[in-house]
Design a protein around this ligand. Structure first.
Ligand code: 9UX
Length: 70
């Protein structure tokens, strides 16, 4: 299991937190995603044999947010 922190710009309310949490959690290989509105961040626990960091980034970007690896 690997943990990565993503910086996520564009989340402005709790609905965004829910959608980003859902986007990440639904990816195969992601076991947990903790999204924080105030810190504009997501801490993601994932299995690197199943999903790569760039796939986490791309999925959240496709949701309309700007993402970088912290
Ligand atoms: Mo809140 Mo986020 O109304 O896209 S869900 S701003």
């Amino acid at each position: 299991m690997t943990t990565v922190t993503l910086n996520i710009d564009g989340m402005t309310c709790g609905g965004c937190v829910k959608s980003v949490t859902r986007i990440l959690s639904e990816l195969d290989g992601v076991s947990h995603a903790e999204v924080n509105l105030e810190h504009k961040s997501a801490v993601v626990n994932f299995d690197e044999s199943k999903v790569k960091i760039n796939q986490l980034v791309d999925a959240v970007e496709d949701g309309g947010y700007d993402v970088s690896v912290a």
